[in-house]
Each structure stands twice: as C-alpha cells, then as structure tokens.
Design a protein around this ligand. Structure first.
Ligand SMILES: Cc1cc2nc3c(=O)[nH]c(=O)nc-3n(C[C@H](O)[C@H](O)[C@H](O)COP(=O)(O)OP(=O)(O)OC[C@H]3O[C@@H](n4cnc5c(N)ncnc54)[C@H](O)[C@@H]3O)c2cc1C
Length: 271
C-alpha cells in the first residue's frame, strides 16, 4: 500500500519505520527544513521503550538512553512529593525508564526511517478523500496521492482532533462523580473547539467509552472495554469521517437509554 505520513516527529517516524518494515511504500512529509535538532531532556517509560525495541532499534536506543533507577516528584519548594524505585522495571516491564536527549531520539528514528524518504519543507495545508484515495496538498502547490494518509502532525494537528471521553460525560455516575463532572467539562470544551475549528476544515471526533480493562477501573464489574477495541474504533471513526462514536456495550447502552428516558437513567445511576 502507498502510505503518506504528515509529520516527522516521534509518532510519524515510528509509524514510518513500522509500516516500511511491513512492506508498505511510505513517504513522510515534514514542514520543517530538517529533522528536529532542538529540545532538551526527555523521559520515556517502558511502554515507549518496548515499542522502540519492537521497531528493531534496541541497540541504537540503548546507546542514547540513560537508565533511570528512581523517579522523584518535588513541589515548587523542592520538597519530595512522591518517589518510586524504577531499577527493576526492565525485568518487570520489558524496558527501563530512561532519560535521553531529544535530538538524539529524533536522529535515531530519522536514520531508521531513512532520511531520503522524508520530504522536508513540505507544509500540508489540506487533506481530502477522492474515492479510495487520499489527497494531500502542500503550501508550495504540490499535490500527493496515496491509499492511506496518516496525520502525525502533533498536538496542533490539522488532520483531526480526537477526544477520548467517558460516556459518563453525558450523565453523571455518582460512584465516579467528580470524574464524570470533569469529563462533562471536557466534552463541552470539545464541542466549542469543534465549532471553532470547523471553518478551517479540522474535524473534532468524540469517542465515548465506558469502563476500560485497565488498572484505573479494576474495582468496576464487567463488561469492560479492551483498550485495543477503543483504538480500533478511533481508526474506524477517522476513516468514516464520524463526529461522535460510542464504543462498547456500556457506552452504547447509555446512548440508547439517554435517548429514551434520561431521568430514569439518572435515577438508576444514583441508586
Ligand atoms: C516541553 C515538553 C516536554 C515533554 N517531555 C516529554 C517527556 O519527557 N516524555 C514524553 O514521553 N513526552 C514528552 N512530551 C510530549 C512529547 O513531546 C509528545 O507527546 C510527542 O512529541 C508527540 O509526538 P508526535 O509525533 O505526535 O508530534 P510532534 O513531535 O509534535 O511532531 C509533529 C511533527 O509534525 C510536523 N507538522 C506539523 N504540522 C505539519 C503540517 N501541516 N505539515 C507537515 N508537517 C507538519 C511538525 O513540524 C513536527 O515535526 C513533552 C512535550 C513538551 C512540549
């Protein structure tokens, strides 16, 4: 498949390495003139390290990364708030907690992705679908066509803004009352953002989900949603151009019951 990736940051370069490894024909477009050479210290947890190992970069990564044996949080006065021993994390989690120099990481990923496949000075100004193809236009007037286009253009992505939000943003679940209230605020902000971004052609996707199969929800009884299923739904929503998506049985159930009788649902959640 021919795949275009917008952005040569950590995400875009990692995707390029993985997809090339799988045999796809990958092009990366970056608006900056070169691979990122600025930045300071950067911490990565074992999940990131394991992903980098999975891309076949264990050797170069271990060379630039310094293993951290403890993690300490201080308040603004320098008093210790929290500390944890991370020395056993490689055995426990498959990779160490590390500190590294951000430009070293960018260079390592850039070299592995292949600098010749990164087109620098290419600022994407619009993306559109044309049948089975994705078309991408640049500020210099060039046009690129691919089977799939991946937006990895960072936190201010021009491609899509995805908001993962608990379905309890829509109706408060008193067992997690304050959490539900913050999710409701988050949903409200996303709706405002959607209105603000629409004229610029930027989509805001709300993906509503119920309790997940994660540590945070361990006290909640099943059914729970696997994080991988949530991730798949995000991709589907983006592919289908959806704005609001409900993922899993709980989220779907709440959506349906809110449509029928919101007061009954409120009473039931509060009982
Ligand atoms: C001060 C600071 C400290 C941080 N420290 C840590 C840390 O210690 N550990 C950690 O895990 N995370 C840290 N983060 C978060 C981390 O930097 C981000 O999560 C990560 O960089 C996201 O990677 P990305 O590839 O999605 O986006 P980015 O790294 O932002 O890359 C996006 C790329 O897309 C390019 N681009 C944007 N728009 C366009 C366009 N229209 N056309 C073409 N190219 C475009 C940009 O130039 C950029 O190169 C920190 C963030 C900040 C701001």
């Amino acid at each position: 498949m021919k795949i275009g990736i917008v952005g040569a940051g950590v995400g875009g370069l990692s995707a390029a390495i993985g997809l090339s490894f799988l045999g796809h024909d990958v092009d990366v477009f970056e608006r900056a003139p070169d691979i990122r050479t600025t930045g300071a210290g950067f911490n990565l947890w074992p999940n990131a390290g394991r992903a980098i190992y999975g891309l076949g970069l264990r050797k170069p990564f271990d060379k630039i990364a310094v293993k951290l044996d403890s993690y300490i949080e201080l308040d603004t006065e320098g008093r210790k708030l929290f500390s944890t021993d991370t020395s056993q994390w490689p055995e426990k989690y498959g990779a160490p907690a590390v500190g590294l120099f951000r430009p070293d990481l960018a260079r390592t990923l850039g070299d592995a992705a292949g600098l010749d496949r990164i087109r620098f000075d290419h600022d994407v100004v619009s993306v559109e679908s044309a049948g089975q193809k994705a078309i991408c236009r640049f500020s210099n007037g060039e046009v690129y066509e691919a089977d799939v286009l991946i937006g990895a253009d960072g936190i201010n992505s021009a491609t899509a803004f995805v908001n993962l939000v608990s379905v309890f943003a829509l109706t408060n679940w008193p067992a997690y009352g304050a959490f539900s209230a913050t999710e409701a605020a988050c949903l409200s902000a996303a709706q405002s953002l959607r209105a603000e971004l629409r004229p610029g052609g930027v989509k805001v996707v709300n993906v509503f989900f119920g309790p997940l199969e994660t540590e945070w929800y361990q006290a909640v009884p099943p059914p729970k949603l696997a994080p991988a299923a949530l991730a798949r739904s995000v991709v589907q929503a983006l592919q289908q151009g959806l704005e609001d998506v409900f993922v899993g049985d709980i989220a779907e159930d709440i959506r349906a019951r809110l449509a029928v009788n919101p007061k009954a649902l409120e009473r039931e959640l509060g009982s």
